[in-house]
Write a protein that binds this ligand. Structure first.
Ligand SMILES: Cc1ncc(COP(=O)(O)O)c(C=O)c1O
Length: 360
C-alpha cells in the first residue's frame, strides 16, 4: 500500500478536503499583506533586550503559567480585577484550545462571513460544525440573521472579531451585546486589532457569564513572538487551562514580551500612534483615488474595493512594483473586487499609493 492509499484510508475526509493555510511568498517585496507593524526597535532598546536575553536559561523549561508576563499584561492591558487570564502561542492557539474544550460531534462554532478564516478551519480540525452568517453588504452585522442562526444552531461558541478582519470595521456595540445575551454558550470577542481602536469589550467582562475577550501582541509589533491572551471568568479559563499544553509559551517569548511591554512600551506606543496616523492619511488618499473605494477601518489595514473586474490586475500591478498586499477577490461574494492593504511605514505607503494610482 502506498502512503497515498494509507492517507486515503486513515486521514479524516474533512482534513483531506482542506487547503493548508497559505502564506504568500514575500521575499524582496514590501510586505503590506499580513498586518505586521513595519517598524523595528531603536538600537539602544535592542541592545537592552539582548542583554536581558543573555540571562535566560534555555536548558530549563519556561514558567508553565507565564506568571511574570501575565502580571505585566494585566497591568499594561487593563485586565479587569477578578478576571482570569490564559496565554496562547498566538491567539490562533487560544481559538484551538477553546474549540478543543467545547468540541463534540454535532456541536457548532458560529461566526460571521467574511471573517477570520481560522475560526472555520479550527472548527473543522476539532470535528465541529461551522456556521458562518453573512454580514450585510456594508459589513455590519445582520442581527436578525445572526439571532436566528443562534436560535437554530445553539452554538457552543460564537467568535466575533472586533474590529473585524478582513473588513476592518467595528460592529455595533449594542448589537454585539444582544448576540452575547442570546448565545447559549460562550462568546469570544476577538480584539486582535485592539492597539488601533479605542473601543473594547474588556470592561464588560464579568457583566455576562458567557463573555471572554481574546487579544494578541502580533499586530502591536511582536508577530514573531507568537503570544495571544484570553481574559474572562475563571470558571471558563480553568477548563481551557486543562487543554493547554504545558509550557506552550517558550521562555524567549515570555522574557521578550515582558521586556517589550515594560522597557519597550513607550516605543510600541509611539509606533502604534504612527500607524494610526498613517491609516488616517491613507484613508484620505485612497478616498480621492479614482477606481478605489476604501472601507473605513479601525484596524492596521484598510479594505479597498477596486473597479469591477480590476482586483487581479491591481494585485499583480502592485506586486510587479514590489508591494505585496492581500487579494480577497474570489474569497467571498461580499469581497468582490476587494484587496486588503496593511498600513506600513510612510515610505512603504507612498510607494503603494504611487503604484496604486497607476494600476487602479
Ligand atoms: C481577527 C484575528 N484573530 C486572531 C488572529 C491571529 O493572531 P495571532 O495568532 O498572530 O495571535 C488574527 C490574525 O490575523 C486575526 O485577524
Amino acid at each position: 500500500m502506498s502512503a497515498g492509499d494509507l492517507v486515503q484510508n486513515w486521514v479524516r475526509p474533512e482534513i483531506r478536503a482542506l487547503a493548508a493555510y497559505h502564506v504568500q511568498e514575500s521575499s524582496g517585496l514590501i510586505k503590506l499583506d499580513a498586518m505586521e507593524n513595519p517598524y523595528g526597535w531603536p538600537k539602544a532598546l535592542k541592545q537592552a533586550w539582548l542583554e536581558r536575553l543573555r540571562q535566560v536559561e534555555v536548558n530549563r523549561y519556561p514558567d508553565p503559567e507565564g506568571r511574570e508576563l501575565t502580571t505585566v499584561l494585566r497591568r499594561v492591558m487593563g485586565i479587569p480585577e477578578g478576571m482570569a487570564m490564559l496565554l496562547g502561542n498566538g491567539s490562533d492557539e487560544i481559538i484551538q484550545i477553546i474549540a478543543l474544550t467545547l468540541a463534540r460531534p454535532g456541536r457548532t462554532v458560529l461566526s460571521v462571513e467574511p471573517g477570520f478564516v481560522m475560526y472555520r478551519m479550527i472548527a473543522t480540525f476539532c470535528g465541529m460544525d461551522y456556521v458562518g452568517v453573512p454580514l450585510r453588504a456594508d459589513f455590519s452585522l445582520d442581527l436578525a440573521a445572526l439571532l436566528d442562526a443562534i436560535e437554530r444552531h445553539q452554538p457552543a461558541v460564537v467568535f466575533l472579531a472586533y474590529p473585524n478582519n478582513p473588513t476592518g470595521n467595528l460592529f455595533d456595540e449594542g448589537e454585539l451585546e444582544q448576540v452575547i445575551q442570546a448565545a447559549p454558550g460562550l462568546v469570544v470577542i476577538d480584539e486582535a486589532y485592539s492597539p488601533f481602536t479605542d473601543h473594547s469589550f474588556m470592561n464588560r467582562l464579568g457583566h455576562f457569564p458567557n463573555l471572554v475577550v481574546m487579544r494578541t501582541l502580533s499586530k502591536l509589533g511582536l508577530a514573531g513572538l507568537r503570544l495571544g491572551y484570553l481574559a474572562g471568568p475563571a470558571a471558563w479559563l480553568e477548563e481551557f487551562n486543562k487543554v493547554r499544553l504545558p509550557y506552550n509559551i517558550n521562555v524567549l517569548t515570555q522574557v521578550t514580551a515582558a521586556f517589550a511591554l515594560t522597557e519597550g512600551w513607550p516605543v510600541l506606543r509611539e509606533q502604534t500612534a504612527a500607524i494610526r496616523a498613517e491609516r488616517a492619511r491613507l484613508q484620505r488618499a485612497l478616498a480621492e483615488m479614482p477606481g478605489i473605494e476604501p472601507i473605513p477601518s479601525e484596524a492596521n489595514f484598510i479594505l479597498v474595493r477596486a473597479a469591477p473586474g480590476r482586483a487581479d490586475a491591481v494585485f499583480e500591478g502592485l506586486k510587479a512594483g514590489g508591494v505585496l498586499v492581500k487579494k480577497l477577490h474570489g474569497s467571498h461574494i461580499l469581497l468582490q473586487d476587494c484587496l486588503r492593504l496593511t498600513v506600513g511605514s510612510p515610505e512603504e505607503n507612498n510607494r503603494m499609493l504611487a503604484l496604486l494610482s497607476d494600476v487602479a
